[in-house]
Design a protein around this ligand. Structure first.
Ligand SMILES: Cc1ncc(C[n+]2csc(CCOP(=O)(O)OP(=O)(O)O)c2C)c(N)n1
Ligand SMILES: [Mg+2]
Length: 314
């Protein structure tokens, strides 16, 4: 625990647990069809959004893809609004128009997520360019999976951000899988090896929130002080199938229940350094469960859209 204070460590643990427990509650509910959206779960990968968003303010913007629950909750989205969106209710963060893959929360810097792989990378660059042109000191984050790195828009965005020197952080949440395709099947070179020709490029252990927190902290310090772009690759493990609520069973995606678990790692570190007790962990877990109970109740009691809502935003 050389990199974290007690306060930061506990704050990170609460966010990791919030995302994990939120999604663990989705698992049994999902087959009952109360949720009217596909879901791509973040379980096992929570350290990446949590370690990144711990360095962001509400004014900093973030754009992500189809796997939204982790970054959305980490950036500060209200759990009730996210749950209601999954239930397809008008009180959802996207007023039921989006579902799990399209979440918005402008007050917390979430202006849109895209189900098109790579579809939001350029939006982060545009947001950073806007900050630069209007003299705002906020930054933007383009957050995507390794599957997006073979898209043209990724390379255009890297080039443009470096050319115009805009304050954007590119985060590659690298689970080494694009659906069932391995990275070696679609990417010519290691991510950081190529990108470092354009901007500072860092690597973090995405199964360890301490690592993500400290590496991203360095990258963001660079962006905030120099007003230049940076890139961070976070190596992580996908525990669940690409989509849906089943555990992954690919023979080439083996998960170690401890070493690949950011929550286990952080809790061990905090316990060993007497920064937390077992009883405090239990209390944190229980408090989050109660908030999820409330979020489910909120979603269940919220209205479905009606015929007028269908064309309200058109
Ligand atoms: C342009 C485009 N091509 C293909 C798809 C189908 N698709 C959805 S998610 C996905 C895999 C994306 O992998 P990655 O970007 O690494 O994200 P991960 O699911 O691993 O978090 C694919 C191929 C899509 N949505 N958009
Ligand atoms: Mg991936």
């Amino acid at each position: 625990m050389d990199k974290l204070t007690k306060t930061t460590g506990i704050a990170l643990l609460k966010k990791l647990r919030e995302i994990r427990q939120f999604e663990e509650r989705i698992i049994p509910l999902y087959p009952t069809d109360v949720m009217v959206t596909p879901v791509h779960l973040h379980i096992g990968q929570e350290a990446v959004p949590v370690g990144v968003c711990a360095h962001l303010t509400a004014a900093d913007t973030i754009f992500f893809g189809h796997r939204t629950h982790g970054p959305a909750l980490a950036k500060g989205m209200d759990m009730n609004k996210l749950m209601a969106e999954l239930y397809g209710r008008t009180t959802g963060c996207s007023r039921s128009y989006g579902g799990s893959m399209h979440v918005v929360d402008p007050a917390n810097g979430m202006l849109g997520s895209s189900a098109i792989v790579g579809g939001s990378i350029a939006l982060g660059v545009g947001s950073a360019l806007a900050a630069k042109l209007s003299g705002q000191d906020r930054i933007a984050v383009s957050y995507f999976g390794d599957g997006a790195m073979d898209s043209g828009v990724f390379w255009e965005s890297i080039n443009f951000a470096a050319l115009k020197q805009v304050p954007v952080l590119f985060v590659c949440e690298n689970n080494l899988l694009s659906n069932t395709m391995t990275q070696a099947e679609h990417l010519f070179a290691k991510p950081t090896a190529v990108v470092q020709n354009f901007m500072p490029a860092f690597s973090a252990d995405g199964t360890d929130v301490q690592s993500v927190y400290s590496v991203v902290g360095e990258a963001i310090a660079h962006i905030r002080t120099k007003r230049q772009p940076a890139f961070v690759e976070c190596r992580t493990k996908r525990w669940m199938k690409h989509q849906g609520v089943d555990r992954d069973d690919l023979t080439y995606n083996k998960v170690d229940p401890k070493q690949d678990d950011p929550i286990w790692k952080l809790e061990q570190g905090l316990l060993e350094n007497s920064m937390i007790t077992e009883a405090e962990i239990k209390q944190i877990t229980k408090d989050i469960e109660l908030r999820i109970d409330a979020a489910i109740e909120f979603a269940q009691n919220s209205p479905f859209p009606n015929a007028e809502d269908l064309v309200r935003e058109v």
